[in-house]
Design a protein around this ligand. Structure first.
Ligand code: ADP
Ligand code: ZN
Ligand code: ZN
Length: 735
């Protein structure tokens, strides 16, 4: 058939920040009737070649026919995104008011964004042979590296890739050596697969069983469940047993976890249970591995996909269930560019697919608790620790009148000594990395400030320098005061580095492990540290919130929160909720096995009523009090927010841009409240002044309508090209 060029144009979404689609002519040798929305095309755009996605075929292009350029290439014959992801992206672009081209493209692995074919490749996996499994290691005593490799593979019955083994510093010659002896062998596979799971399902307690039954009653319909279980109550066991039923029905399962929750231990817990392939999607993968993982899900081969935020956009052949673990975690919200909330998108996806979804947490977000109150979510509670482990005993230490040694009170030090003497592990939590948060002049009070952000720079000792945690600027440590010139500069306050130093002085013969962003920069170093903690090689653990979540440390009996005061004075209305969540998550690391645990909290506000409620009653009571406050103050989840942010080198540009925006909004006649423009809580970052405008509405549709009408108007604001602006629907942080 000869294509009729003058009757069909292709309307294409392009990944650029403009909220607009572009029309092109189909290639000459192509029947437009055969092209389906959702395929990738290569097109000329502003003297570049870009990859776009076909949205529709139209007979009425936006520009005259003779001005249309032809596309360069049609890449796919089939839509690259499954219909449900397509629907999810359209919904998300609409709800978050973000350009559809950028949304669709961000749903694809990088290699597909670049136009590469969706081709599945195999990896080489190394496994122990049956001889290797029964081999007597003492017979190769003089080859420690070989022994190490055999031991490692014994722990990974699903196999390890070349790349993973290289990360453990095993060379090709060691591999070949052992392969020659027939102790190990390699296979080409699409994914790691555990052929012999070693762990059987546990016998559930009554609450766990009720939770499993409740979900299994709704396997073929949309229903959201809030699995609200204290730390150690066995939520993961509930997930595993629910998943087992879905796998029996040949369905796939998506598990979303927070960024720092996706450790090898997490993946291992799933692999120990199931023979079905468990595939992880995380930031440590190479682009090829990521594409492969994505394709194994799309083809239906991978049965369980565990991933962080962006895994919500994975295509599946037959998705049956979504689980969002630690649903309250901030990392589910993307804080720049396409500002979506993966938990909220997961709810929408379950709804579109008509499948159940489980949101699990020991400290659910107020939004989810509110939805449970309204019966939108079915509330499943696990109020006791599974397997008989006891809840830790909590001591609050008033440090107002106590002499502190670098932030540590005498009571805390004696507790540490006691637990170390009993042979147990001790964990100290301090949510501040570096040596000290402030470098100050003793004579005049001058402080080292980042000139680009107007914020204090953190003093680091390893390596020695000043570091701005907001814009990543590094500076040599000043030798004298910039105010008065004298030489005595003091490091004020505690960071994790300093805490480590103080404890090393106190306990010179005790091994100390520190986990924060600085100590885990090298790839694989977090895994190494966690592994050593599991093996009880460190007796004292120090960490920031990286240490707080999800990990299971069986030997820890004492958890100390060195400074619990951070959340009391923040200008962010969510600060108390966050503080409560963090305190309980940290406290939840104590005494998770047979040994009872103890939690010590140092604070200047021992009588704060909410702190008491949190610790003496429970998270639920605490959350209910916060919800009541939010209702009275007309704050989310009772009202709905959208935040416009504007940044510019000249503060005036940002403010006048938002003033214009405010003017348009006020004329809309809609029932909304507008606050601002005001300076952001952090008024300057990396040299740019930051201003914001907050829009509040009592109903979601009112807010959505307003934004829909507002966005085209922004294009007409004269100085819009002088500012960086963005819109954040349901903002989680006001920074
Ligand atoms: P959560 O995810 O709620 O923090 P986990 O699922 O990690 O809790 O369970 C905590 C511990 O309790 C784990 O060691 C787990 O093996 C154990 N556990 C869970 N359920 C049971 C059960 N029904 N019987 C015995 N032990 C259990
Ligand atoms: Zn000075
Ligand atoms: Zn800075």
């Amino acid at each position: 058939m000869t294509p009729n060029l003058s009757t069909a144009a292709l309307r294409i979404a392009i990944p650029i920040p403009l909220r607009q689609l572009y029309d092109y002519l189909p290639p000459v040798v192509c029947d437009p009737a055969k092209l389906r929305p959702g395929i990738r095309v290569k097109i000329p755009f502003q003297r570049r070649e870009v990859i776009g996605i076909l949205m529709e075929i139209t007979t009425e292009p936006q520009v005259p026919w003779e001005k249309l350029k032809p596309v360069i290439d049609i890449i796919d014959s089939e839509p690259i995104l499954t219909p449900d992801i397509w629907q999810l992206c359209l919904w998300a672009a609409d709800y978050y008011h973000f350009p559809i081209g950028e949304v669709l493209i961000s749903a694809l692995p990088i290699l597909l964004r670049q136009g590469k074919p969706p081709k599945l490749t195999k990896e080489i996996y190394w496994l122990l042979t049956s001889e290797g499994n029964t081999f007597d290691l003492t017979s190769i005593k003089r080859a420690p590296k070989q022994i190490e490799l055999l031991k490692l593979l014994a722990k990974h019955p699903e196999g390890l890739t070349h790349k993973e083994l290289r990360a453990y510093k095993f060379t090709k010659s060691i591999l070949n050596n052992l392969a020659k002896k027939n102790l190990i062998a390699s296979f080409g596979e699409h994914f790691a697969r555990n052929k012999n799971p070693q762990k059987d399902p546990l016998i559930l307690n009554a609450e766990q069983q009720d939770a499993v039954n409740a979900v299994l009653e709704k396997t073929n319909q949309f229903q959201a469940f809030l699995l609200d279980g204290i730390t150690g109550s066995g939520k993961t066991e509930v997930y595993l047993q629910v998943i087992a039923e879905f796998l029996k029905q040949e369905k796939q399962v998506l598990v979303l976890v927070p960024e720092i929750g996706l450790t090898p231990q997490t993946i291992q817990r799933f692999r120990e249970r199931f023979t079905e392939p468990v595939v992880a999607l995380h930031s440590g993968l190479s682009e090829k591995e990521r594409l492969n993982a994505w394709l194994t899900a799309k083809s239906g081969m991978a049965k369980i996909i565990i991933g962080t935020r962006s895994a919500i956009f994975t295509s599946f052949a037959n998705l049956g269930l979504i689980i969002v673990d630690e649903e309250h975690d901030l990392s589910f919200k993307q804080q720049e560019g396409f500002r979506y909330h993966a938990r909220d998108l997961a709810i929408m996806r379950s709804y579109f697919n008509q499948i159940p979804i489980i949101l699990g947490s020991a400290t659910p977000s107020l939004e989810s608790l509110y939805n449970a109150q309204l019966k939108r979510y079915q509330h499943l509670c696990l109020p006791v620790r599974a397997g008989g482990a006891q809840l830790p005993q909590v001591n609050i230490i008033d440090i107002c009148k106590t002499p502190l040694e670098q932030g540590l009170s005498p009571i805390l030090l004696s507790e540490i000594t006691k637990h170390l003497n009993q042979g147990d592990q001790v964990m100290l939590f301090l949510n501040r990395r570096g040596f000290a948060p402030v470098l100050m002049c003793h004579a005049c009070g001058w402080m080292a400030i980042c000139k680009r952000c107007d914020m204090r720079m953190t003093y680091h000792q390893q390596p020695r320098r000043l570091h701005c945690h907001h814009c990543d600027t590094h500076k040599q440590i000043a030798t004298h005061c910039e105010g008065c010139g004298q030489k005595e500069l003091l490091a004020v306050g505690q960071g994790t580095e300093r805490l480590e130093q103080t404890l090393a002085k106190h306990y010179p013969n005790v091994s100390i492990g520190r986990i924060d962003r600085d100590s885990t920069q090298r790839k694989g170093s977090l895994e190494e540290l966690l592994d050593k903690i599991q093996k009880n090689e460190y007796r004292i653990l120090i960490g920031t919130q990286m240490l707080a979540k999800g990990h299971h440390f069986p030997h820890v009996t004492l958890v100390a929160i060195v400074d619990a005061d951070g959340g009391f004075f923040s200008s962010d209305f969510r600060a108390l909720e966050r503080m409560g969540q963090l305190l309980l998550q940290v406290a939840g690391r104590a005494g998770r096995a047979e040994k009872p645990g103890k939690v010590v909290i140092q604070t200047h506000h021992p009588d704060h009523p909410l702190l008491h409620q949190l610790l003496r009653e429970n998270y639920h009571q605490f959350a209910m009090s916060l919800l009541k406050e939010r209702e009275q103050a007309r704050l989310p989840p009772y009202v709905f927010f959208a935040l416009f942010r504007a940044e510019a080198y000249d503060a005036h540009h940002a403010t006048s841009f938002l003033k214009e925006l405010k003017g348009i909004t006020e004329n809309s006649g809609m029932n909304i409240r507008i606050l601002g423009p005001i300076s952001a809580p952090m008024p300057r970052r990396a040299g740019r002044h930051r201003v914001q405008l907050l829009i509040q509405a009592s109903q979601r549709p009112i807010l959505q309508n307003l934004l829909k009408n507002l966005l085209p108007e922004i294009e007409n604001i004269p100085n819009k090209h002088r500012v960086h602006w963005s819109i954040d629907v349901d903002p989680l942080e006001m920074f």
